[in-house]
Ligand binder design. Structure first.
Ligand SMILES: [Ca+2]
Ligand SMILES: [Ca+2]
Length: 98
């Protein structure tokens, strides 16, 4: 895996409240840390507007065994949220106004 190609593309719920489904793209990169001999994975998660591919938000996280899962609205703001899980943490992500 070169890290330049998306390795996960899923359709998510409505992430920006325009009532159209949006898309989630996750790219991960793994790097072996030569001092500790552990593998660090960095993931970049991007939400894109399904209609035109315009980026909505992105998050970068590091951890092991990262996976993203579109969820329903978890915090009651009527915008679908995204769950990002690693081996020991789960992040809930959503659209935020700039
Ligand atoms: Ca939308
Ligand atoms: Ca929400």
């Amino acid at each position: 895996m070169s890290g330049t190609a998306p390795n996960l593309i899923v359709s998510a719920g409505d992430l920006d409240e325009d009532e159209r489904g949006d898309v989630l793209v996750m790219m991960t990169m793994s790097e072996l840390d030569m001092t500790t001999f552990t593998t660090n994975t960095a993931a970049r998660l991007m939400a894109k507007r399904g209609r035109n591919g315009e980026p909505l938000w992105e998050e970068s996280v590091t951890g092991m065994d990262l996976s993203a899962l579109p969820a329903s609205d978890l915090n009651g703001d009527e915008i679908a949220d995204v769950l990002l899980g690693s081996h020991d943490l789960v992040y809930a992500l959503g659209y935020r106004e700039e």
